[in-house]
Design a protein around this ligand. Structure first.
Ligand SMILES: *Cc1c(COP(=O)(O)O)cnc(C)c1O
Length: 229
């Protein structure tokens, strides 16, 4: 069994190699350690090894960890589905949200973001594979939601996020990643100033880096298997 510190070094090395292979700077790729369903001790090991950005999907579980670690200078990213009654806790405790899909949620996050905190960084989750049961907006909904979010002062629209379909992921299909990058470029040509492409997980982050990812979200490769409920 490798330690979390060893896994972290391997992933960092893979990111550097992938970035250089595709003529990118490794500095423009953020490693988000996805610590959902991992114990506090696992996060503490990653912190000791130098990791600062963590991704969580379950609000209550996340807030308990964030509260226990307030003495550390960490960046917390919410990456899971957002329930209406959880927006206040997210607005109060997180630096980023990657999984925004609905205007109503955006409006609540904007209202509930405490005045003393900087605007909440947000990415809109796009359903590039157009799967019926998947979280995320389609391209038409995306434009409407992006325009509306731009008007909300306590949110800062940073970019787009996606999770590929399982079949695409198994086939190492670059198309969904390309589609997300093209969508971001298309929005930027129309006046948006987005700098974040949140794509790539344990199984496909090198492929995602090849296609322009700026945030890779890695759980299993770093922490090992999580306790699924
Ligand atoms: C769990 C999760 C991840 C991490 O997945 P791994 O395959 O364990 O790396 C990344 N992104 C999202 C949105 C997740 O829910």
């Amino acid at each position: 069994m490798k330690t979390i510190a060893q896994n972290l070094m391997t992933i960092q090395a893979n990111i550097i190699v992938a970035a250089e292979r595709f003529c990118r700077s490794p500095h423009e790729i953020k490693l988000l350690a996805v610590s959902k369903h991992q114990p506090l001790s696992a996060i503490q090991q990653a912190i000791a090894a130098g990791q600062r950005c963590f991704g969580e999907s379950y609000v209550q579980e996340a807030v308990a960890k964030i509260t226990a670690l307030t003495h550390e200078a960490l960046e917390w990213h919410f990456i899971g589905p957002i329930q209406t009654n959880k927006t206040r806790l997210i607005a109060e405790h997180f630096n980023w949200v990657h999984s925004l899909c609905r205007l109503k949620i955006a409006e609540r996050l904007n209202e509930q973001r405490p005045a003393h905190l900087p605007p909440l960084n947000v990415c809109i989750q796009v359903n590039v594979s157009n799967e019926a049961h998947k979280q995320g907006v389609n391209l038409v909904e995306l434009v409407k939601l992006a325009q509306a979010v731009q008007q909300l002062p306590k949110l800062k629209l940073r970019g787009l996020m996606m999770i590929p379909a399982l079949t695409e992921s198994l086939q190492h299909d670059p198309k969904p990643f390309q589609l997300l990058r093209e969508t971001l470029q298309w929005l930027n040509k129309r006046g948006f100033q987005l700098d974040t492409l949140s794509m790539g997980m344990s199984a496909d982050y090198e492929l995602a880096i090849a296609e322009g990812s700026t945030v890779v979200r890695i759980g299993t490769e770093l922490f090992g298997k999580r306790e699924e409920t």
